[in-house]
Design a protein around this ligand. Structure first.
Ligand SMILES: [Ca+2]
Ligand SMILES: [Ca+2]
Ligand SMILES: [Ca+2]
Ligand SMILES: [Ca+2]
Length: 422
């Protein structure tokens, strides 16, 4: 029974997330559609070996190289040649250097450990390091997690009030934590507090590459990756059950909800938004007042290269949509998506992060590129001269180009969505 389940789940559920993404024909680079915003290529250099996630420590940025187990430093807009950490990681499937977050000078790194780079996976590990301004030192092993299978290893991390949280997918386990009546492995399909250690914050998560706390409410949100249907964005209250593997996407069938095995006192809720056709959503982040986006949530994906933008309701516990077809909280196959697509051409993009400047930074794994979203007014001014903050920024996109390309790209995008749905 277990073997059958396993085969069934692998065959129907594995999305080649950032494991084997296919690059779309977006060689001209990314674009934003909102005229009030501009996109900058923040780093002249590329970041090699499939950069997965990043975190700010002060004004510095630490970036993970998925395949090498290196943590790289971006300082003053430049990639420092010498790595700040080097560990041994597995690289098959969705394994590797998977997540990083920081609280002041404490830096947390989530990776699939191996005896040597590209060696056989041992397990997923979360270490806490101290950032001394030059290196990550004094490793403390906080948590080991399964890596029995190459898929659904999760890895996203975030923090609130100094407490650090991580997410792991089912990793090929189909027991109580996946809403089945069987005993299977612990620490799968969960969001859990890792520092200080805490109980499961959420269960029933198939896989996720995105976690973020709302800076205004302290609510946790996630993105989740569906099998062939229904990727999700969820508001994640404490003791949340996301429903996998009995429910993915929304349901109005109360009987299905009632039939979920009751795992402790975890409670099911429908997602705040779903993509019926899966896009492989990755990171999630809140907009900032500095770019006029304080009521927005942004997400990225791995399959289409889109940057998505959602408008929060006044309570910030759900979304509001102007497009009638989105008011059911699902992007169905023929629904117009213009309202929620803020940009495209980012390739397989796996992290988006608020900088200390209030601007949004976007990391593209497939392009090895780091971008920054700034107010359009700022992009029109020359960069300040002769100061340490004078970053070697290339304005890859200027406003006129956005205006010219926006309409064309939207048409192409629509065409592509239509074609995919055929
Ligand atoms: Ca991040
Ligand atoms: Ca290494
Ligand atoms: Ca769910
Ligand atoms: Ca719809």
């Amino acid at each position: 029974m277990r073997a059958l389940l396993l085969i069934l789940c692998i065959s129907m559920s594995f999305i080649p997330a950032f494991a084997s993404h296919t690059q779309n024909s977006q060689s001209s680079g990314p674009v934003l559609y909102d005229k009030s915003l501009a996109l900058q290529r923040y780093l002249k250099e590329g970041i090699p070996n499939s950069p997965t996630t990043m975190t700010f420590v002060g004004k510095d940025i630490l970036v993970l190289e998925r395949y090498t187990g290196l943590v790289r430093l971006v300082r003053d807009g430049q990639l420092v040649p010498e790595p700040v950490l080097d560990v041994s990681v597995a690289k098959d499937g969705e394994r590797g250097m998977l997540g990083i977050t920081s609280v002041d000078n404490d830096v947390y790194v989530y990776y699939t450990a191996a005896e040597f780079d590209a060696g056989r996976a041992i397990e997923n590990r979360i270490f806490k390091y101290t950032w001394n301004g030059e290196k990550l030192v004094d490793p403390v092993l906080l948590k080991t997690l399964p890596s029995d299978n190459f898929y659904h290893n999760g890895g996203a991390m975030t923090h609130w009030n100094g407490q650090v949280y991580a997410v792991i997918g089912d990793n090929g386990n189909y027991g109580h934590l996946q809403n089945n009546d069987e005993d299977w492995k612990d620490d799968t399909s969960v969001i859990l507090r890792i520092d200080p250690p805490g109980p499961y914050y959420a269960i029933g998560i198939r896989n996720s590459f995105g976690l973020a706390f709302d800076p205004l409410t302290g609510n946790l949100w996630d993105t989740e990756n569906g099998p062939d249907e229904y990727d999700e964005i969820n508001l994640v209250p404490d003791k949340f059950n996301s429903g996998w593997m009995k429910i993915m996407g929304p349901t109005d069938n109360q009987t299905r909800i009632d039939l979920l095995p009751k795992y402790k006192d975890y409670a099911y809720n429908n997602p705040e938004f779903s993509w019926f056709r899966t896009v492989g959503p990755t990171a999630i982040e809140f907009g900032t007042p500095e770019i006029g986006q304080a009521d927005k949530i942004f997400t990225l994906d791995c399959n289409t290269g889109n940057l998505y933008r959602f408008t929060l309701n006044s309570q910030r516990d759900g979304f509001v949509f102007e497009t009638p077809q989105l008011q059911d909280l699902v992007l169905n196959i023929d629904d117009p998506a213009d309202e929620i697509i803020a940009g495209t051409g980012f390739g397989c993009a796996t992290d988006i992060e608020r900088g200390p400047d209030g601007f949004l930074y976007i990391l593209s794994l497939s392009q090895g590129a780091l971008y920054r979203i700034v107010p359009a007014a700022m992009a029109e001014q020359p960069a300040p001269q002769g100061t340490p903050d004078n970053l070697p920024i290339q304005y890859v996109i200027v406003i006129s180009a956005i205006l010219a390309a926006g309409a064309g790209a939207a048409v192409i995008l629509k065409g592509r969505l239509k074609k995919k749905s055929a």
